[in-house]
Design a protein around this ligand. Structure first.
Ligand code: SAM
Length: 198
């Protein structure tokens, strides 16, 4: 069973690589799972399931953790469902197939993990912060956007990428100016922002 588990995780990572599906980098994932254990997180809302890799890794790091995760791409959602079922985690990971911006959830969470469309981070934050428990955390991945956020914008050739980088910079400013949260950006993986509710 243990070997089965590791070979399934390896298979999910290979599927992501072959199908060019962006999943969390190992370093970022180590940070996230360590954070979950250290802060005794019990209930996570994830925006951006992709094929379930990060949700599965979070569930495996802590046996009583429950996760709700939202994905808008049907093929990825179906692949995530299959992966979660094969690892027998369907009782602990609930998937929602929809655009997160159209989802209303009543539950409260200790941690909201934002890993969906990078240009919509402010909207996600503002929409779901009402679901955050007192003393909860919002973690956002890809604050460096593959190192492009630290680059001179003029050096970025693609207009589309320049637009995303600009929005990530706006999001960083939004977090820093937000006096309801303390935010630290950690230099791990692709840059991880941890915002703790004051
Ligand atoms: N968290 C995943 C992991 O590490 O295994 C990776 C998520 S991937 C970086 C981002 C995913 O968010 C994509 O699969 C994309 O389809 C999804 N996504 C983007 N915008 C979304 C939205 N508004 N609502 C729901 N899903 C969204």
């Amino acid at each position: 069973m243990v070997n089965d588990k590791y070979s399934k995780i390896k298979q999910i990572k290979e599927y992501a690589l072959v199908n060019k599906i962006p999943i969390m980098q190992d370093e970022g994932l180590d940070f996230l799972t360590t954070f979950i254990i250290k802060h005794q997180i019990k209930h996570v809302l994830e925006l951006g399931t992709a094929i379930g890799y990060s949700a599965i890794m979070m569930a495996l790091c802590s046996p009583d953790l429950k996760i709700t995760s939202i994905e808008r791409d049907e093929k990825r959602y179906l692949e995530a469902l299959k992966n979660i079922k094969e690892l027998h985690l369907e009782d602990r990971i609930t998937l929602i197939f929809n655009d997160a911006l159209n989802v209303k959830i009543d539950d409260s969470f200790d941690l909201i993990f934002i890993d969906a469309a990078k240009s919509q981070n402010i909207k996600f934050f503002e929409l779901f912060e009402r679901n955050l428990k007192d003393n909860g955390y919002i973690i956002t991945d890809n604050m460096y956007f593959h190192g492009l956020v630290q680059k001179n914008e003029k050096e970025i050739v693609s207009r589309n990428v320049r637009g995303i980088v600009k929005k990530i910079k706006n999001y960083i400013a939004f977090l820093k100016d937000n006096d309801k949260y303390d935010t630290t950006i950690y230099d791990v993986g692709d840059g991880i922002a941890v915002s703790s509710k004051k």
